[in-house]
Design a protein around this ligand. Sequence first.
Ligand code: BES
Ligand code: ZN
Length: 360
Amino acid sequence: MQPGKLYNEQRLIKVSESSRPRWMDLESIMVLRRAGVRFMDITDVQELHRPYDSITDLTKEEGHLEYKSKLPQELLQGKNVAKAVSLLSTELYGKVLEPFTAFHNRYYDSENGRKSSEWLQEQVEQLVTDANVTVTAFKHRFPQSSIVARIEGRDAKEETVVISAHQDSVNQWIPWFGRASGADDDGSGTVTILEALRVLLKNGFKPNRSVEFHWYAGEEGGLLGSQDVALAYKNDGRKVAANMHFDMTGFWLKESKEVIGLVADRTDAETRNMVKSLAEEYTQLRTKEFLCGYGCSDHASWNSAGYRSAMAFESDKLDANTYIHSPSDTVETLDFDHMLEFSKLAVAFAYEVGYIADDA
Ligand code: BES
Ligand code: ZN
């Protein structure tokens, strides 16, 4: 067996807002990973990243909002949200996660990663019965595709709400061949939003803004899939109202307080505050902000592209789940009831942000 096609390439890696990106080979990138450095691979998306010396306020890692969409000032979708939430169940979580985590790994630069992506697309397609909903594969320069399910909005303004998770997994010691079940990271987010999509469609969801569900490829390679998508949307002049990302929703330490963690860096304060209100109104949990670090996850790609973003996480403790990126990240370690609270949040986000009308 050969390592993936991209093994011998030099890649341009950025590890913080204020540092100059550096060319590195994949072996050196793996050393970074194991040291816990959260990076972005910006090789193919350099337009997304401003030159490091143009940033004046280095203490502020919120980035620069270029498209300021209208967010709900009050929550008006209580009835719809309650009805959709009453349809949520944990059944789909297990049904999808069992085969999804049975792929040897879901590494983006491998046949496994391609197959797991095709399989996930079929699961999404099976939920769709409505002609207003399309499911497409967004192709990248590596074998794994991102998956996009789009619910067409009714307004002409063509704003899009993006709810997301990442589909890939990695064994951080042997990325190409190692076992990476990726149940929590990020099988949990994958099924959290899949279940939200299921009940929205069951509930006759007809938003004003278009609402898209994204399952990104190659997050573990340095946010590759989401940066490709965010750059394509930006270049197309697409108006992305906000991104709400779910990376790891299933694991929390029972001796700690059960909360919804909200990433405070590379996200937008107004969106975070709204998500806080959504959690208070529609879930049993309260939010707690924490810092995740530069690369962290795909919300950062939308942030780099100048759009609003937020990211919900299973706890306020970054290092609680020590199983991730190894064969020990299994379904048995997940708390499906905990994950339900995140599906509620996704449903509430879709209604409250998606139903704002053109003239709101
Ligand atoms: N899900 C993790 C990020 C994460 C881990 C957030 C633990 C909060 C707590 C994500 O999939 C990941 O592993 N990211 C990498 C960085 C990426 C750009 C290679 C990481 O954190 O090392
Ligand atoms: Zn990860």
